[in-house]
Design a protein around this ligand. Structure first.
Ligand SMILES: [Zn+2]
Length: 89
């Protein structure tokens, strides 16, 4: 049995209680601290945000020349390329 500690995205409390399911089958939670409802987000905070940005940037820079990207990623890449241009001149 693996227990994943979930935190409220609104107040970061871990006092979440199960509150039924969304139409798409996702577990819903309600926060006992702030009373707001959230969907399950089982992504652990494995890296601090800074480190995640670094990894993402590194990956984008390495793979940009030949990778096929989705529209959403194109928007992200544009931002990244501006950043790279700013750093590298
Ligand atoms: Zn909360």
């Amino acid at each position: 049995m693996v227990t994943i500690t979930l935190y409220c995205p609104h107040c970061q409390s871990d006092a979440l209680v199960r509150n039924g399911h969304a139409p798409n089958g996702k577990q819903l939670y309600r926060c006992r601290t702030c009373g707001r409802q959230s969907r399950e987000t089982p992504t652990p905070h494995a890296y601090p945000q800074d480190r995640r940005d670094e990894i993402q940037l590194d990956t984008v820079v390495r793979e940009t020349p030949n990778v096929r990207v989705s529209h959403a990623n194109v928007l992200l890449l544009r931002g990244m390329q501006d950043l790279v241009a700013a750093i590298c001149g």
